[in-house]
Design a protein around this ligand. Structure first.
Ligand code: ADP
Ligand code: MG
Length: 733
């Protein structure tokens, strides 16, 4: 009898909701309590210092060194009052999550090791810069020189905060030679690139626009599993997903989980998470059950992209921590369970001006509408030109299990505009300069500046199968994976649009200088973009097989092998685009791909090892045991009954024995072959080639081995099956 499995199932089943402490105040009273935000700054910094910091934040200028001592002093005072004893630069290396190295505030009074008295000190120098040993962080070869140092430097645009006893200072992480070793550096550059390029275009419509912000609203999906059950699944513990396990008879067919009543244990977890998030100034707005059993989602009110990314990373780590307190383990993997939906992180993306106008929001005046159309057409054009790159930005070993499965968009990027916007675009495309557009659906129409009807936001329809959908006032990028740092996708979106808007501006200036009116120039250019980018627009069912064929015909990037998808980062078009907008240079792009290939290889390698171990050491011994019991029974039947009767009575047993033997031998054979394939792949030096070998020759064994293990699960005695089954893992009581 599998004692461990039954023990953990019992333990999980008995579990009740963990009690939580509900704050006495309203969220509005403790919102941002742990954050050194503008309110705290105004209390702890002098007026002069404060105004320089605010300027640095608002205008993206570097903070003068002279001021950093003052800021550090104020920050330290606040942090110590909050109980902090340590500080850390908090940065986002190219691995997952965030990195931190804590130092305490203590120093000897006179700085001499012969002193015996200490005090708490935190200087401007420590605030502004740290030099962590970068050699353990992936750099893709950038640091393969003698110089292994990396620098972290404070990014004042996202505020410092306190986690437990530590003051965390969000920083960028760069190499000694100045190349980005993180996600934040290029994200910040892309934010200022889109600001510059978009302001230029906005000025065609409104000279008062001084700044354009990039906004992000993420929707974080995740799974929860009871911690006892989790601990009996080595695959979950080591790879964050189940590498085997037969589908449960009931999973999501009845669609009874989505938006259903949240189980009490989960409500308790969610409430505690929300209380914490509010203290960190993270405005979590939405929580609900997702489609799959045990799957849930959190989403905040959207915000400025850099801050929203930091907040997402913070929430990801808070969620894990708080889930543990509630005896759960939180899975951020994109596809922890076969046969049911996986988890994504929809990134809702928009642009807004300092004058309060949403650039993807249909306006009230014809002028605003022309601006709106200008921005969405340019966005469409940018995605059309760089669809392969945009896909590369979300590609990973883990997300590849989700893309192309029945709940997630395929590994093809297309844009859904909705019938109404599509109609407008078609009209613009069809009409010559002097025609007017009549749109029956809209009843009324503002002609004003050149034919743009007033579009009504609430009329946008939804197409859940599109990876990149216009949803009324923003684009929803649905292909992003749940475990990803959203920066990767956001910096590509901001960069490609910045680059596109720059060429647009140039075209307009040229056309005007040739004597065209401004409106005419804009219309002319948009019309040509609409024509050129047509193949990116797809309003049909993105999950269908026909779409794959059609997309290929349209010339969209249809590559499905993750290591090859990454090549899009270093295509001539991408290198040029990134250089033009000043976000990443080619050294950085190549280096970052090295890291991606390496991570890909390692993930597949780990999964392959765990799969081999589970198959050989957990599954086969149990299957063999059951097989011998059947054989034993068969043998005894022969002794008791006469030969032909015994043969007749044990027919089923005999074929079951044969079936089990076949599965066992296929599993053994394939695990051996997989190990051999790994050995061959491991000899390859080149990181890209190695990743390709892992993809082409190691990974294909996973499904075959799994298939046979799952078949065994169906026939082997339930009493001795060692791993918690899907039906036990997936339904929180
Ligand atoms: P859905 O119906 O897509 O699941 P949700 O309410 O779960 O919607 O999430 C929508 C997300 O989009 C939220 O984070 C919300 O704040 C964000 N959002 C709304 N408007 C914008 C906008 N203009 N720009 C960026 N994000 C936005
Ligand atoms: Mg949602």
């Amino acid at each position: 009898m599998s004692t461990l499995r039954f023990k953990v199932v019992e333990e999980a089943f008995k579990r009740e909701a963990t009690p939580i402490t509900v704050p006495k105040e309203f969220p509005s009273e403790y919102f941002g309590k742990y954050v050194f935000n503008r309110i705290k700054m105004s209390k702890y910094l002098s007026k002069d210092t404060m105004s320089i910091v605010i300027q640095a934040i608002d205008e993206g200028v570097t903070l003068p060194r002279s001021i950093s001592d003052h800021v550090a002093a104020g920050m330290k005072m606040w942090a110590m009052e909050m109980g902090a004893t340590h500080y850390t630069h908090w940065f986002q290396p190219l691995t997952e999550g965030t990195a931190e190295k804590h130092d305490s505030f203590i120093e000897y009074v006179n700085g001499s090791p012969l002193d015996s008295e200490i005090l708490e000190r935190f200087s401007g120098k420590l605030l502004a810069q740290q030099e962590p040993d970068a050699s353990s962080f992936p750099s893709g070869g950038i640091r393969n020189t003698f110089e292994a140092r990396g620098y972290t430097a404070w990014d004042p645009s996202s505020p410092a905060f306190i986690v437990e006893d530590t003051l965390c200072i969000p920083t960028v992480f760069i190499s000694y030679t100045g190349e980005a070793l993180d996600y934040k550096t290029p994200l910040l550059k892309s934010i200022s690139a889109i600001d510059k390029a978009a302001v230029e275009v906005c000025k065609l419509f409104d000279p008062n626009v001084k700044k354009v912000y990039s906004f992000l609203g993420w929707e974080q999906e995740f799974f929860l599993v009871d911690q006892a059950l989790y601990s009996a699944r080595p695959d979950l513990m080591l790879t964050d997903r189940t590498l085997m396990g037969h589908e449960s008879a009931k999973n999501q067919q009845l669609e009874d989980h989505y938006f259903g009543a949240i189980p009490p244990r989960v409500v308790s977890f969610m409430r505690e998470l929300e209380f914490e998030a509010y203290r960190y100034g993270i405005p979590i707005k939405t929580r609900h059950n997702e489609v799959a059993p045990n799957q849930f989602e959190f989403a905040p009110i959207y915000g400025e992209t850099n801050l929203a990314v930091d907040q997402n990373l913070l929430v990801m780590s808070l969620m894990k921590k708080i889930a543990n307190k509630h005896n759960f383990r939180l899975l951020l993997h994109e596809k922890p369970f076969e046969g049911i939906n996986g988890s994504g992180k929809h990134c809702n993306w928009s642009l807004g001006t300092n004058t309060g106008v949403g650039l993807f929001t249909p306006g009230k005046t014809p002028d605003e509408n022309l601006q709106f159309i200008t921005f969405i057409v340019n966005a469409m054009m940018a995605v059309y030109k760089h669809n392969g790159l945009l896909k590369a930005s979300i590609a990973s070993a883990t997300n590849s299990h989700r893309l192309g499965a029945n709940e997630a968009p395929p590994a093809i990027i297309s844009v859904f505009m909705g019938t109404q916007i599509s109609a407008v675009l078609d009209k613009i495309e069809d009409t010559s300069q002097n025609d007017t557009i009549t749109m029956d659906a809209l009843k009324r129409m503002k002609l004003g500046v050149a034919h743009v009807p007033e579009v009504l936001v609430d009329n946008t329809d939804r197409n859940r199968t599109s990876p990149f959908a216009f949803t009324g006032n923003r684009f929803e990028f649905r292909a992003v994976g749940s475990s990803a740092n959203c920066s990767a996708a956001m910096l590509v979106l901001n960069s490609i649009l910045a680059s596109q808007l720059t060429s647009f501006s140039k075209e307009i200036v040229e056309k005007i200088s040739e004597g065209m009116s401004k409106e005419q120039a804009i219309f002319d250019t948009l019309r040509s973009y609409i024509k050129e980018s047509k193949s990116i627009r797809f309003d049909g069912n993105g999950y269908s097989d026909e779409w794959k064929d059609e997309a290929l015909e349209r010339g969209l990037d249809c590559e499905t092998s993750v290591p090859l998808i990454y090549d899009a980062y270093t295509s001539p078009a991408s290198i040029e685009m990134f250089r033009n907008v000043g976000v990443l240079n080619s050294t950085e792009l190549y280096a970052r791909n090295e890291v991606k290939w390496e991570v890909y290889t390692k993930k597949i390698q780990i999964e392959s090892r765990v799969l081999g171990d589970l198959s050989i050491n957990h599954i086969i011994p149990v299957a063999t045991k059951y097989q011998s019991a059947l054989l034993d029974n068969l043998y005894k039947m022969k002794m008791v009954f006469d030969k032909s009767l015994a043969a007749d009575l044990s027919k089923e047993d005999a074929s079951l024995i044969e079936e089990i033997a076949t599965h066992i031998s296929v599993i053994k054979r394939d695990v051996d072959a997989m190990v051999e394939a790994r050995k061959v792949a491991n000899k390859i030096e080149d990181t890209r080639e190695k990743a390709i070998a892992y993809h082409d020759t190691v990974e294909p064994y996973f499904n075959v081995i799994r298939y046979h293990v799952d078949k065994l699960e169906l026939v082997v005695d339930n009493e001795i099956w060692p791993l918690p089954k899907y039906r036990e893992l997936l339904f929180i009581n």
